[in-house]
Ligand binder design. Structure first.
Ligand SMILES: [Zn+2]
Length: 85
């Protein structure tokens, strides 16, 4: 009976370790992904981007991206498009 208990404990511990390693790998993969985007984008919460139309700096979250171009508003994005044509 004692052996069975030890077996169960070992199973539980190894299961726990496997889960720990797997979640650790996920975190590492996530970190590697964000590192791949470059140091500039590492601090995404406070990252400021510049509107190429009016030079206004806006948080990345609020920026409107159109290809490689960044705009502060949809209005500037469409105005930029019209001027290109
Ligand atoms: Zn703008």
């Amino acid at each position: 009976m004692f052996r069975v208990i030890i077996l169960f404990v070992l199973l539980g511990v190894s299961f726990y370790i496997v889960r720990l390693v797997l979640s650790n790998r996920k975190v590492q993969r996530h970190l590697r992904k964000s590192e791949g985007k470059g140091a500039r984008k590492r601090n995404q919460k406070n990252n400021m981007l510049r509107c190429i139309y009016c030079d206004l700096h806006i948080p990345e979250k609020e920026a409107i991206k159109h290809g490689d171009n960044v705009f502060c508003s949809l209005k500037h994005a469409s105005q930029h498009q019209q001027e290109k044509m």
